[in-house]
Each structure stands twice: as structure tokens, then as C-alpha cells.
Design a protein around this ligand. Structure first.
Ligand SMILES: Nc1nc2c(ncn2[C@@H]2O[C@H](COP(=O)(O)OP(=O)(O)OP(=O)(O)O)[C@@H](O)[C@H]2O)c(=O)[nH]1
Ligand SMILES: [Mg+2]
Length: 358
């Protein structure tokens, strides 16, 4: 399962957002540094169409795609307001970052560490991430130079690391530049934080009319390809405790559509380059996760290794086609199912039946 780390300055609503996404009631507090150990949980990737398809197929069980979330503590007096050095290693293992920026005003929740200017916090955090990488690359570069002296085969590797170290030392995140495949290969083992896709979440007050401007300003600052969204974490935490019908009503009343969390989780999923494909039946309606570009055979392997090993062919229709027809069987009866081989590249929203023999 793809892992996502939540980070941000102290007391900005990280754990509140984590609770909203996972439904876990991890303790939050109105004072900073309230989280001392990481919280780990699973967030369902919202997918209203999966629910609808399940209703059409009369599936007894629905399985959503999911993301693994890690809510990290911040640390006082470390000189790193957003990144506790103790947890930077954990951060490197994750596939993407969710960075929480505080915009909400609340006298009962001190903002001494963060302020309530999201752009300023984004600058601070981007710089901290960049400096954390700069440190690692400077060290590796020194060693690589020595290695290249003894082994000419290491020369290009050393050059790539030195180039990145210089970029980082200048305060530029690696994502802001373009790198060759070979250079990216050289960076891989160092798991640079500034190469990870990030979703920047502005935790806004419920009726703040400066939010749109803040989103635009942060979008302007962060590396291209990163997403910026605004949510009210506290509202979402409360909404997460309601049953789905009441929640939909609340969102509708507030003009929030399907809710900011849906937008946020989807953006994160997209940022990591993941897509969902589906299997549908009376037993189960299931959303599966693969990387964009995965083949039918790899997709089959997500469902079961036997399906990958004994793959013969895949029968495929899009989720919309299936729903319009009133279900998979109806679509099939109408002759609307494609047959694809093992190298077929799975598309977002494909519904698939794998024929196999082992
Ligand atoms: N008014 C308001 N309060 C919020 C909002 N989001 C979070 N809070 C409150 O802010 C306080 C801090 O929230 P946490 O989720 O504990 O913040 P955190 O970033 O995890 O804090 P640390 O782990 O201590 O760094 C809590 O009292 C939350 O209820 C919001 O959108 N509006
Ligand atoms: Mg916390």
C-alpha cells in the first residue's frame, strides 16, 4: 500500500486531518507538540462510482482502494520547526507528502510556532525539506568523489550527486529542475524528500474569504506538479463521525460538493501516479490500485499471483459502460466486452475479468 506522510509546523491541525482521513480518533490538543509518537492509519480513497457500481451489481461487500497515512510529531527547539530530525528517515520511506499549512484563526489554539500565513509556512517547510536533502547529498557527494578517484566507473554517479548537492545548497528543491533518467537513478538510494510529490493542504477557517488567494499563492511557490487544496480539518473531522447520508447533507448545506477530503485524497493518489481498476460481482465490488502504465498481467497479479502466473486474457469494459448497461452481465450480453492480452495497458476505471489457468 502506498505510504503518505503528513507534516507541517506545530499545532496546525495535522492530527485532526489524520483523524478525518482515517476515522481514527488520535488525540489532538490545543497546544503544540501534542503528538509525540507517530500515528499510523489507513485512509479509504473515496470513490462514489464504486459504491454506485456495487449497488447495480448487488455486491455484498465493497472494498475501496486505500492509502497508508503517517502523522508525524514535530519537535520543539530542534531548529527544525516542521521536521523532527528523529523522523526524517521515516519520511524518506514514504511515497508522497501531505503538508498541512495553517490558515485558521482561533484564539484558543496558539499559532506561535506557525503563524496563520500559509505561504510563509510553505516557504519554511520547502526550505527545511531542501536543507534536509542538501545535508544528505553533500555528505554523499564527498564520499562519491573519493570513490570516483579510485574507480573511474563511479565518475558519472559522482557528478550527478555533486550537481544535485549544489542545486540543493542553493535552496532549490530537486523537483524544481529536470533530471535525466541516469541522474534520477543516482539519486534513488538517497530517497530525496524534494523529489517526492506533495499535496499542500491549507487548513482554513470555515468562512475565510482569503482562501482562494492563499491557494493561488502557494501553488505559485511549490514545484510544478504539486497540488494545493483547502480544507477545514476540524469540520472534516466532525463530518467523518457522521453516517454517509448526514455527511452528504452537511456538505451540501455548506456548498462543499463531495467534500474537500475526497478532492485531497484523489489528488494524492494522482500525484503518486496511481490509478484504480475494478472487479465487480455479487460477492464483492473491489477497487484495486496499480501504477499508471501497468499491464493487464501486472494488474491480474494485484488480485492474485495465480492470475498473473496463469494469465490467458482479460475481458474489459469501462466502469461507465458497465453502469450504463446496468451491470457487467448485461454489458456482456450486449457484446460490449473487449478482450485484451497480457501487454494491454490498464486504463483508469477499467473493469476487468481475468481468464487464467494454472
Ligand atoms: N478552529 C479550528 N481549530 C482547528 C482546526 N483544525 C484543527 N484545529 C484545532 O487545533 C488544535 C491542534 O490540532 P492538532 O490536530 O492537534 O494539530 P497538530 O498539527 O497535530 O499539532 P502537533 O501534533 O501538536 O504539532 C486542536 O485543538 C484542533 O481541534 C480548524 O480547522 N479550525
Ligand atoms: Mg499532532
Amino acid at each position: 500500500m502506498a505510504g503518505i506522510a503528513i507534516l507541517g509546523l506545530p499545532n496546525v491541525g495535522k492530527t485532526t486531518l489524520f483523524n478525518a482521513l482515517t476515522g481514527i480518533g488520535a488525540p489532538t490538543a490545543s497546544h503544540p507538540f501534542s503528538t509525540v509518537e507517530p500515528n499510523l492509519g489507513v485512509a479509504k480513497v473515496p470513490d462514489p462510482d464504486l459504491d454506485r457500481a456495487a449497488a447495480i451489481e448487488k455486491s455484498r461487500k465493497i472494498v475501496h482502494a486505500s492509502l497508508e497515512l503517517l502523522d508525524l510529531p514535530t519537535m520543539a527547539g530542534s531548529g527544525h520547526s516542521g521536521l523532527a530530525p528523529r523522523f526524517v528517515g521515516r519520511l524518506r520511506e514514504e511515497e508522497a507528502l501531505v503538508v498541512v499549512l495553517r490558515a485558521f484563526e482561533d484564539e484558543t489554539v496558539p499559532a506561535d510556532e506557525s503563524g496563520i500565513d500559509p505561504l510563509e509556512q510553505a516557504e519554511t517547510l520547502l526550505l527545511e525539506l531542501t536543507l534536509a536533502d542538501a545535508e544528505v547529498f553533500a555528505r554523499r557527494s564527498e564520499r562519491a568523489a573519493k570513490e570516483a578517484g579510485a574507480d573511474a566507473g563511479m565518475k558519472r554517479f559522482a557528478e550527478a550527486i555533486a550537481k544535485a548537492a549544489a542545486v540543493l545548497a542553493g535552496g532549490t528543491p530537486l523537483r524544481a529542475m529536470s533530471w535525466t533518467r541516469e541522474e534520477m537513478g543516482a539519486f534513488r538510494d538517497l530517497a530525496p524528500l524534494t523529489l517526492k510529490p506533495a499535496v499542500w493542504v491549507i487548513n482554513a477557517g470555515e468562512d475565510d474569504d482569503t482562501t482562494a488567494a492563499a491557494v493561488a499563492a502557494v501553488q505559485d511557490l511549490v514545484p510544478q506538479g504539486d497540488t494545493v487544496v483547502a480544507v477545514s480539518a476540524r469540520l472534516e473531522e466532525e463530518a467523518a463521525e457522521l453516517d454517509p447520508a448526514d455527511r452528504a447533507e452537511l456538505y451540501e448545506g455548506l456548498g462543499l460538493g463531495e467534500g474537500a477530503l475526497t478532492t485531497m485524497v484523489r489528488a494524492t493518489y494522482d500525484a503518486i501516479g496511481l490509478i484504480s481498476f475494478y472487479t465487480l460481482g455479487p460477492k464483492e465490488a473491489h477497487a484495486w490500485t496499480v501504477r499508471r502504465g501497468a499491464t493487464a498481467r501486472e494488474a491480474a497479479g494485484k488480485i492474485h499471483s495465480d492470475l498473473e502466473r496463469g494469465f490467458i486474457r482479460a475481458e474489459i469494459a469501462t466502469l461507465d459502460e458497465v453502469m450504463e448497461a446496468g451491470g457487467w452481465d448485461a454489458r456482456k450480453a450486449a457484446g460490449g466486452i473487449r478482450v485484451e492480452g497480457k501487454d494491454y495497458v490498464i486504463a483508469e476505471r477499467d473493469v476487468i475479468v481475468v481468464r487464467f489457468s494454472v
